[in-house]
Write a protein that binds this ligand. Structure first.
Ligand SMILES: Nc1ncnc2c1ncn2[C@@H]1O[C@H](COP(=O)(O)OP(=O)(O)OP(=O)(O)O)[C@@H](O)[C@H]1O
Length: 488
């Protein structure tokens, strides 16, 4: 069962122990200056202020959301009020960021105060945690000499190469007016590439690669002032990347500011987070607060595994309305579904941990650019990936906890939340459909509803025209919660 399980950024999943594709190759780095250039980083995310996009995305007025005190995007202050350097404000304005979100407004004063304090920060998916930690880092850099520009002052660790590259893209654009800012990417290289020295001001990488680089003196950690763990619950989980992060932390100066961010902090990791980041300021949420209002959650009854596939094919027309991500449990099924759909004339791509570095980069980049509109993947892309055009997420398999390499029939709540959070980003609307083909999956879905106290409505597949109309209407609806969904 476990031989082709995908690396799961999922908290608590033993799949992490089984394969760690991001950490399996020799180290490689690419240092890039902040001026945007062809460095292999994914296209940086642009701001979400202009939500008037084609057909499939609704004209939600971000200003209305940001004026609603109950919305996670709400804020009373401006970026100017937060005391940011004018060059950084200029970067934000090119990204179309007009107002901070709630987590940005709350986290930034805590992060930027002196003497620096640690922070454990939680907020819903797609609410701008990346900008919160990047702005703090950019504010703390001293780029006054060439030597300082080439000495790592901040280190960001992320669970996957895709997320690390995405963060590099954000720093590049946010920091584009900071002269002398150099950003290094530390992710596993294709097998014969030689790592280059980390002569840069900020390093973003995966923990195993960074650790390896420090050990081999490719990266000098002595000047580090800030350490960020993005997707921190996954990074600290002993069953995930925990060991590697602990080892990496042991190699860097003791007095660095430690910043932990995630949408999820399950209790057992949260307790540990307090040890990893002692005396930290905290911004936390209850699990009932974690679901994002703009994501309409649905499920589809499928009587067999084969019917799951048939339903997916039926949905194809809708999958390509915007961009879509299909999450499956194993690498093997990702590859199999891709092959089968391609053979039937559909255009789909798949990305799993089984694919080599640069090929992975090419796949995610073509998905970001919209060239590939349907991406079949595993938990490897469940967290952090920010592609604003994703309007539909399909849980082909419900995410599940593993124990001793075996399935447990217990839902992996965190991964469910992160997966559906690939849509509905920063006030956008999205639809998440879970396929349910047996009693266990049904039980897991029910538990997910109870855990998050949310409603997951059934889609009636007896009339596909109606299904199509209903999903399209949901995607086009200004607030997903507002209207209907046919249930029975
Ligand atoms: N203040 C802002 N104004 C407009 N857009 C913003 C703002 N802050 C962030 N965004 C945009 O919102 C999107 C989501 O941000 P980000 O990827 O940082 O979310 P996140 O909270 O880290 O989500 P996840 O938990 O899924 O990792 C990005 O496209 C980002 O550019």
């Amino acid at each position: 069962m476990s031989d082709n399980l995908e690396t799961a950024p999922a908290t608590g999943s033993l799949a992490d122990r089984i394969t760690k594709p991001d950490e399996s190759n020799p180290t490689d780095t690419s240092n890039v200056s902040a001026a945007p250039k062809e460095d292999g980083a994914s296209a940086p995310a642009q701001g979400s202020a202009n939500l008037e996009e084609p057909d499939y995305t609704v004209a939600v007025k971000l200003s209305d959301l940001q004026a609603d005190p109950n919305n996670p995007l709400f804020s009373v202050k401006s970026f100017e009020d937060l005391g940011l350097d004018p060059r950084i404000l200029k970067g934000l304005s090119t990204m179309n960021f007009r107002k901070p979100s709630k987590v940005q407004e709350r986290a930034l004063p805590l992060l930027m105060s002196n003497p620096p304090k640690n922070l454990v920060g939680q907020s819903q998916s797609g609410t701008g945690k990346t900008a919160a930690f990047v702005l703090n880092i950019l504010s703390r850099l001293d780029l006054s000499t060439e030597q300082l520009q080439m000495t790592p002052q901040a280190l960001i660790l992320a669970p996957t190469r895709e997320l690390a590259r995405q963060i590099v893209g954000v720093i590049q654009i946010m920091g584009q007016f900071l002269d002398g800012l150099i950003i290094g990417t530390a992710v596993p290289a294709d097998s014969n590439a030689r790592p280059s020295k980390m002569d840069c001001s900020v390093v973003v990488g995966t923990p195993g690669t960074v650790q390896d680089m420090i050990k081999k003196r490719i990266m000098n950690p002595i000047g580090l002032k800030v350490l960020v763990l993005d997707e921190a619950d996954n990074m600290l989980d002993q069953q995930g990347l925990g060991d590697q992060c602990i080892r990496a932390k042991a190699m860097i100066p003791r007095n660095v500011q430690i910043v932990l961010f995630s949408a999820t902090f399950p209790a057992h990791v949260y307790r540990y987070a307090g040890k990893f980041a002692p005396a930290a300021n905290e911004i936390t949420l209850q699990h009932e607060e974690l679901t994002v209002e703009g994501i309409k959650q649905l499920y589809m009854d499928c009587s067999t595994e084969e019917e799951k596939y048939q339903n997916l094919v039926q949905l194809y027309g809708l999958l390509t309305v915007g961009s879509s991500i299909i999450f499956v449990r194993t690498r093997a099924s990702a590859v199999e579904i891709e092959k089968r759909m391609v053979a039937e004339g559909h255009t789909v791509a798949s990305l799993t941990g089984g694919v080599e570095g640069s090929q992975r980069d090419a796949i995610i980049d073509s998905f970001r650019s919209g060239e590939a509109k349907v991406l079949i993947t595993t938990n490897v892309l469940a967290r952090g990936i920010d592609v604003s055009t994703v309007s539909l997420v399909v849980n082909y398999d419900i995410p599940e906890e593993y124990s001793g390499g075996q399935r447990t029939n217990t839902p992996d709540y965190q991964t469910y939340l992160h997966r559906i959070g690939r849509t509905g980003r920063f006030g956008r609307i999205g639809v998440a459909i879970s396929f349910v083909s047996n009693r266990n999956e049904w039980d897991m879905l029910r538990k997910i509803q109870e855990h998050f106290q949310c409603i997951i409505d059934r889609i009636d597949t007896s009339d596909w025209d109606e299904v199509e109309e209903m999903i399209k209407k949901t995607i086009k609806n200004t607030r997903a919660q507002a209207d209907f969904v046919q249930t029975n």
